[in-house]
Design a protein around this ligand. Structure first.
Ligand SMILES: [Mn+2]
Length: 414
C-alpha cells in the first residue's frame, strides 16, 4: 500500500527529481520535557512510520524511481530511557522500503544521489514540502533545506506540497476504512454522552463521557472537543467546556475520535433534558434540512465554495420564512463559517484552491445556525465520501433526527 502511494508520487513528479520528506521533530518545551510529537502527515502517508527524525528520499531519473529511508542509529543506552528507536528491520517491514540508511551516513548517500541526478544537468531539481513554516515539524524541512543549500548552492528548489496534496485528496480503500473506524468510535462516544447528559451537569463532565470511550478504544482526539450548552453553543470555537448545563437548553458537541491518525469530525446537538422545545425543534429542523440538502448536491466537479453558496441561498429563503431576516438582519448574523473542509490524516485536511471534487474525496458537511439572543446554537456535521455520481454519508449511523434523538434519550431512562 505505501509502496503503491510512493509509485504514484514518483509517476506524478517531473523527470529528474530528488525529493525529501521529513518525519519531523518534537519542539523543545521546558527542562527535559518535549512537546508531544506529531508525525508529519505526508511522511506517514508515504511510509506508515510515525517516529521522529526520519527522512524519506525519492530519486527519479530516466523514468525509474528509487526510494530510501534515513533513520537514527539504534542506541541501547538511549533505549533504556526512552525506549528503542525503530530498528532497520522493523522500518523496512512497515514501510516496504528496502534501502535504509543511518542518520550519520546520510550526507555521504545524498552526495552520491546528487551526482547521480546531476549527470548532464546544469543543477539538481530538489523537491521539499515548503508550504507551511510554523512552530511545528514543518520547520524541519526548512532547516534541512538550509543545510542542503550550504552544501549544494547550485540546486533548483521546488515545493513538493501540491504533488503530495493531490495524492492525499483522493482516499484509497484502506484510508476510507480507517476513517470509518474513527467515525464508529465517535458514534459510540456520542451515544455515551447522550445516555448520561442531564440538567445541572457540567459541560466538562459530559465531555468526560466522550473521552472515556475514546480511551477505551485506543483513540485520540482529532482536535480539542467543543461541548457548548445554551449560549456557549453559539460561539464557534468554544473550548472552555466549564459551564453548568441548564434545563431546557441544547448542547452542541463538535468532536471526533482519531484512529491511527485518521480523524473523524462530527457535530451533534441535542437537548440537555432529552426533549426539544418547539422553537428549538423549528431551528433544528432547518439545519437538518440544510445538512441533507447540501449532501444531496455533492458530486464530482462541485467545489466546497459552491456548496457553501448553495447553503446561504437555502438559508436566505428559510430564515426569511420564519421572520429572522427582519430589521436588516442577514444570513451572516446567524451563520458565518464554511460548510465544509477536507478530512483525513488532518482534521482540516490538505486541499488545493478552487479544487473540484473527485471520486474518493472525504469531507465534512456542517451547516449551523446560531441565535445568540435565544441561546440556541445548532450545528449538524457529517463526514461524506464522494462517489462517481454523489456521495456516501460515512456517519449515517450517528443519529440526528429529532425523533431518533428524543427516542434514544427517552429509552435510556427505562
Ligand atoms: Mn469540522
Amino acid at each position: 500500500m505505501y509502496q503503491k502511494r510512493r509509485e504514484l508520487l514518483a509517476a506524478s513528479l517531473p523527470e529528474n527529481a530528488l525529493l525529501f520528506v521529513l518525519s519531523g521533530k518534537a519542539p523543545y518545551s521546558v527542562g527535559d520535557e518535549q512537546y508531544p510529537f506529531s508525525v508529519d502527515r505526508h511522511f506517514y502517508y508515504l511510509t506508515g512510520l510515525d517516529r521522529e527524525n526520519m527522512m524519506y528520499v525519492l530519486v527519479k531519473k530516466k523514468g525509474k524511481a528509487q526510494h530510501m529511508l534515513v533513520i537514527e542509529r539504534y542506541d541501547e543506552a538511549m533505549a533504556k530511557w526512552v525506549g528503542g528507536r525503530i530498528l532497520p528491520e522493523k522500518a523496512r517491514q512497515i514501510s516496504g522500503i528496502e534501502q535504509i540508511v543511518m542518520e550519520d551516513e546520510k550526507w555521504q548517500r545524498i552526495h552520491f544521489l546528487m551526482q547521480y541526478v546531476l549527470d548532464a544537468l546544469p543543477s539538481v531539481p530538489v523537491y521539499l514540502d515548503l508550504k507551511k513554516q510554523e512552530v511545528d515539524q514543518k520547520r524541519e524541512s526548512h532547516l534541512f533545506l538550509e543545510e542542503l543549500m550550504k552544501k549544494y548552492p547550485n540546486i533548483q528548489i521546488h515545493d513538493a506540497s501540491s504533488y503530495l496534496t493531490k495524492l492525499r485528496l483522493v482516499k484509497d480503500e484502506f484510508e476510507v476504512n480507517q476513517l470509518k473506524k474513527a467515525i464508529s468510535v465517535t458514534n459510540k462516544a456520542i451515544q455515551n454522552m447522550m445516555s448520561h447528559v442531564k440538567p445541572e451537569m457540567g459541560e466538562n463532565e459530559l465531555e468526560a463521557y466522550f473521552d472515556f470511550v475514546l480511551k477505551c478504544h485506543n483513540c485520540k482526539h482529532s482536535f480539542p472537543s467543543i461541548v457548548g450548552s445554551g449560549k456557549n453553543g453559539t460561539i464557534l470555537h468554544y473550548g472552555d467546556n466549564n459551564q453548568v448545563m441548564k434545563d431546557n437548553t441544547l448542547v452542541l458537541c463538535d468532536l471526533g475520535a482519531s484512529y491511527e491518525y485518521y480523524n473523524a469530525d462530527i457535530t451533534r446537538t441535542f437537548p440537555v433534558n432529552g426533549k426539544f422545545s418547539e422553537r428549538q425543534k423549528q431551528i433544528y429542523s432547518i439545519v437538518l434540512e440544510a445538512n441533507e440538502y447540501i449532501m444531496s448536491l455533492v458530486k464530482p466537479g462541485e467545489t466546497l465554495r459552491g456548496l457553501n453558496m448553495k447553503l446561504i441561498e437555502f438559508y436566505e429563503k428559510k430564515l426569511d420564512e420564519i421572520g429572522l431576516l427582519n430589521n436588516g438582519k442577514t444570513v451572516s448574523d446567524y451563520y458565518w463559517h464554511g460548510v465544509s473542509h477536507m478530512l483525513g490524516l488532518e482534521t482540516h485536511d490538505v486541499s488545493l484552491s478552487d479544487y473540484k471534487l473527485e471520486e474518493g474525496n472525504v469531507f465534512t458537511i456542517e451547516p449551523g445556525l446560531y441565535l445568540e439572543d435565544e441561546e440556541i446554537g445548532i450545528r449538524i456535521e457529517d463526514n461524506v465520501l464522494v462517489t462517481k455520481d454523489g456521495c456516501i454519508n460515512l456517519s449515517k449511523d450517528i443519529i440526528k433526527s429529532v425523533e431518533d434523538i428524543e427516542a434514544f434519550m427517552a429509552d435510556r431512562n427505562e
